[in-house]
Write a protein that binds this ligand. Structure first.
Ligand code: GAP
Length: 440
């Protein structure tokens, strides 16, 4: 992997620290010593993750009449995973270090044990990444279930249901956001690779002859989505897989890659899955999964183009790309330059002092803004400190209520990026912030 050095060698540590300190992402089960690379999303993190997912849903479903949503079950019977190929091929090569007995994913360690430096390993064996469990009170093969390792299969198994209930015709898509689970051998790099994570996937069903065109369309659309939400193009690139590196189902895959602190790595994959999934599920279930075009009397199995993104991984990339340190009034400040749509708090309301006469005016400002923007209300510490705390979590706008507000019914709006301050009437506040965020 050719990787230009990150500009700040401590960037990853800084973002992990900030995420914990300010309530974005906590190590899970921390009071019990943590639990194997699982993470919990705190008060700010849950807002931001919801915003990432909302931005995806907005672009992929709300703004399109050719894509519908779905929320399928996480638990599934073995039949799904046998048909999809996951039972047989969803494996990573597992090796044991002969000296220290640690287990590693062979393709991630360059022949040297990261724990003890030994170069002697057992022969690699295929380790299936799916979490297996039992459904119901009776144990045994009949009760075996799996936690889904991707959201995609719930879309394929509902193809006929969606077609019948919506009367959509190709090209059309089904989109889903939700948790997926993979028993990764070596989860690593914070929330980049975890055993429990969230995906945002869309399966776009097209006439086979149009598959290549739509494949190219979705690569560009998905790349542009990240740029549109503020990731600089120099931190993004497209990587087309060589034919020998393709997954068992794929006729072509292009990754959108992000320049993570350890180098270029996958943010999202866009794949041309051909008719693999619908054919597999049709053969295994005995249910026809095809489209009958009444205009041409043609019956065919659509090809699927799949943009598959990680919500949690995308959130990490947005945090890394947004992290900046600059100088304001002779002091270094940390600022997350997040797009306003992703910011955990979009507006912070800051009464200049704790004096009771400012409280009712500040509460009024909060009630005006809260229906339109995610708001924080903060009366602690000096105003300068509060600005810094909001900058550090990426709040695009701070609204200060001062004693003049009681006279002129105006407040000061401070812009996170320019630190410019403007006086705005309370009655114009919603319109003013809408204008600043390009909404009107
Ligand atoms: N349906 C195709 C599919 O699941 P994938 O490349 O295995 O493709 C898609 O996963 C995206 O899901 C990845 O690009 C990544 O963003 C996210 N992802 C996959 N495994 C992950 C993990 N262990 N932790 C966090 N995100 C993960």
């Amino acid at each position: 992997m050719d990787s230009p050095p990150p500009t700040d060698p401590d960037l990853l540590e800084k973002v992990i620290n900030l995420a914990k300190r300010r309530g974005f992402i906590f190590p899970s089960a921390e009071i019990y010593g943590g639990f194997r690379s699982t993470y919990d999303y705190g008060p700010l993190g849950v807002n931001m993750l919801r915003n990432v997912k909302q931005a995806w849903w907005f672009a992929m479903v709300q703004m399109r009449d050719d894509i519908v949503g779905l929320d399928a079950a996480i638990l599934g019977p073995p039949a799904i995973w046998a048909a999809s190929g996951h039972l047989e091929t969803f494996t990573d090569p597992l090796v044991d270090c002969k000296r220290c007995k640690e287990r590693w994913r062979e393709d991630k360690i360059d022949g040297v044990c990261p724990n003890c430096g030994s170069t002697e390993f057992t022969e690699p064996r295929a380790f299936n990444l799916m979490f297996k469990t039992q459904a119901g009170p009776v144990e045994g093969e009949g009760a075996t279930a799996y936690l889904r390792p991707e959201t995609a299969q719930g879309i394929f198994t509902n193809f006929a249901n969606v077609l019948a209930s919506t009367r959509k015709k190709p090209p059309f898509g089904i989109a889903q956001i939700g948790k997926s689970f993979r028993n990764e051998i070596t989860p690593q790099n914070f929330v980049f690779r975890t055993r429990e994570f969230e995906q945002m996937e869309m399966e776009y069903f097209v006439p086979p002859a149009d598959a290549e065109t739509w494949y190219r369309y979705w690569i560009k659309f998905r790349y542009d989505w990240y740029v549109g939400l503020g990731i600089p193009p120099e931190l993004l690139r497209l990587h087309e897989h060589a034919p020998e590196d393709l997954s068992h189902y794929s006729k072509g895959t292009t990754d959108v890659e992000f320049l993570f602190p350890w180098g270029w790595d996958e943010l999202e994959g866009v794949a041309n899955r051909g008719d693999y999934d619908l054919t597999q599920h049709a053969n295994a279930s005995g249910v026809r999964l095809e489209y009958f075009d009444q205009g041409t009397s043609e019956r065919y199995v659509p090809y699927t183009i799949e943009p598959a993104a990680g919500a949690t991984r995308a959130m990490m990339a947005f945090l890394l790309a947004a992290y900046h340190e600059d100088e304001v009034e002779g002091e270094t400040r940390t600022v997350l330059r997040l797009d306003w749509r992703l910011a955990a708090n979009q507006v912070a309301i800051l009464p200049l002092s704790k004096k009771p006469e400012l409280e009712s005016a500040s509460r009024e400002v909060l009630s005006v803004l809260a229906p339109h923007f995610t708001c924080d209300y903060d009366v602690t510490q000096s105003i300068g400190r509060r600005y810094r705390r909001q900058d550090e979590v990426g709040t695009p706008f701070c609204v200060t209520v001062d004693f003049e507000t009681l006279e002129d019914r105006a407040v000061t709006v401070r812009d996170r990026d320019t630190t410019e301050q403007t006086r705005v009437k309370i009655d114009d506040l919603v319109a003013d912030i809408r204008r600043r965020t390009g909404q009107s």
